[in-house]
Design a protein around this ligand. Structure first.
Ligand SMILES: O=c1ccn([C@@H]2O[C@H](COP(=O)(O)OP(=O)(O)O[C@H]3O[C@H](CO)[C@@H](O)[C@H](O)[C@H]3O)[C@@H](O)[C@H]2O)c(=O)[nH]1
Length: 485
């Protein structure tokens, strides 16, 4: 029987991609394992292209097996059916999926030597099944920034030390170890309610991660030195010992074959015709979308800035009355025609990794999903941070203040909270053509080199990966301590 590592991903493309890349990374350097990836059923979540993605991974990586969990036996509450409730739904599903997860783990363990179970940190309820009930060494995979991990580990302490919710704390600054001072109101919205499912879920995640066999985080030492130091020095879980911490990143895709040869995406051919580092790429993750009013402001700002751009536009969210509009009608009249020589608008999805690594791309406007940020770092492309939801305002702070590989757009303080066309125009010009932009660009290139070095033989992330695999092989709780063994 083959030694098997089981990975349990959270719903959503950003999480699935990251987990698949983790599996592929383990297999690249340690092909003795097989990798089983369990995917929860996520009703009401549309994730375009996911089936094709899974099929292409299965075809190219035969040691990876996918298991789609059947729908949960218990009914999902009607209150969680709107996209706005997605974060709470993720936690609810985690609990509802536990019986099926339990069955699946038992089935896998009958036909393979199950050495370790790795859960996405958003699948926290699974810890009860794998660790407490089945006694499988259970690791957490933190798919977002190391600085956010430091904050999450500290959250149970913060919870004990205050009775106020983040909503009540408002503009008060939170002092998470390893994190720049951060206004409470900028914490992810679903975290604002102290009694809410998401807040309670993340407090519990902080508590359980500290009891796990190890925490794997998608970052590298040089990128987030301050946060990693804070965690290793025990500042994040006062009075307790941190389990081994494995900074094995950047774990990012290298793009895939669908964009080679005849099937090459049209936007890549369009980029071929543009000068080196001249194009601004705008893309907002797997879920990011804007109101038609915001889309129009963006279009005006881009047009006035005069830069070349490749813009991935997604129509407003499906629950909005605006979703019936065609893409063209969402943009200012004549915009596509007026900008056709220097701009390309792509609907919904572009091959982001290939685009970022194209010689013509010189800037990246991102929603600050962590995968996107790491992909930008690996391509050495400076960023303009435009956070939308989840922990993205935290990541923006990290990108701008700690990593120093990006600038940020500011929303208007009044009324609609939009990013105005004038603001976008100014920031874009700053990023693409100013002293400030040049400093950020140089830093981005330096971080690209540091990322490559971390992943090379003997680099910090490769050492961490080897230590992690040694711990997997032992197949029992790793001794408490740090990752360098
Ligand atoms: O047109 C597109 C849009 C996205 N992507 C890819 O999709 C992934 C998106 O991941 P990410 O940038 O992390 O965004 P989300 O999908 O929004 O990620 C979720 O998961 C992240 C990791 O936990 C969090 O940081 C985010 O806040 C959360 O929204 C990346 O690999 C992109 O390359 C494309 O290839 N083409």
């Amino acid at each position: 029987m083959k030694d098997t590592i089981v990975l349990y991903t959270s719903p959503g493309r950003g999480h699935l991609n990251s987990m698949v890349e983790l599996g592929k990374l383990i297999l690249t350097y340690h092909p003795c394992f097989s990798i089983d990836i369990i995917i929860p059923t996520a009703p009401f979540v549309t994730s375009a292209g996911t089936d094709d993605y899974i099929a292409s991974v299965s075809a190219t990586a035969p040691s990876v097996t996918f298991h789609q969990l059947p729908p949960p036996v218990s009914r999902i509450p009607d209150t969680l059916r709107s996209p706005a409730d997605f974060p709470a739904l993720v936690y609810e599903l985690g609990e509802l999926n536990n019986p099926n997860l339990h069955e699946t783990l038992i089935t896998i363990s009958k036909r393979s030597n199950l050495k370790a179970f790795v859960i996405d940190f958003l699948c926290n309820p699974a810890f009860q099944v794998s660790s407490s009930t089945l006694s499988i060494p259970t690791y957490y995979y933190f798919t977002t920034a190391g600085s956010v991990l430091a904050a999450n580990l500290y959250l149970p302490t913060l919870h004990k030390n205050t009775t106020k919710s983040f909503r009540e704390l408002g503009s008060a600054l939170l002092n998470f170890p390893g994190f720049p001072p951060f206004p409470a109101r900028d914490m992810a919205l679903p975290m604002h309610d102290r009694e809410g499912k998401v807040y309670k879920g993340l407090v519990d995640t902080g508590i359980q991660m500290a009891k796990s066999a190890g925490i794997i985080v998608n970052t590298f030492e040089l990128l987030q030195e301050r946060a990693i130091k804070a965690m290793l020095e025990g500042q994040c879980i006062p009075g307790e010992t941190l389990p081994p911490l494995y900074c094995i990143g950047p774990v990012v895709g290298r793009g895939n074959g669908e964009n080679r040869g005849r099937d090459r995406h049209e936007c890549l051919s369009w980029l071929d015709s543009k000068p080196s580092r001249s194009v601004l790429f705008l893309c907002f993750g797997s879920l990011g979308s804007f109101s038609s009013k915001q889309l129009k402001e963006m279009a005006i700002g881009l047009e006035r800035s005069g830069v070349k751009f490749l813009w991935v536009v997604r129509a407003p969210a499906p629950d909005s009355v605006e979703n019936r509009s065609s893409l063209e009608s969402l943009l200012p009249e004549g915009f596509l025609d007026r900008t056709k020589d220097r701009g390309l608008v792509v609907e919904s999805w572009a091959p982001q990794v290939e685009v970022l690594n194209h010689e013509s791309v010189g800037g990246f406007v991102t929603h600050c999903g962590w995968n996107s940020v790491l992909e930008g770092v690996c391509a050495g492309v400076p960023m303009l941070a435009w956070p939308l939801y989840a922990e993205q305002k935290m990541i923006k702070a990290v990108v701008v203040e700690e990593m120093k590989v990006g600038l940020a757009v500011t929303r208007s303080e009044e009324g609609d909270g939009l990013v105005s066309s004038a603001e976008l125009e100014q920031r874009v010009s700053e990023l693409m053509d100013s002293e400030k932009g040049r400093a950020v660009k140089e830093r981005a290139v330096a971080m690209k080199e540091a990322a490559a070095a971390a992943m090379r033989d003997g680099g910090s992330s490769r050492v961490a990966l080897d230590n992690l695999v040694e711990s997997f092989k032992r197949g029992r709780m790793a001794p408490l301590g740090q990752s360098k063994q």
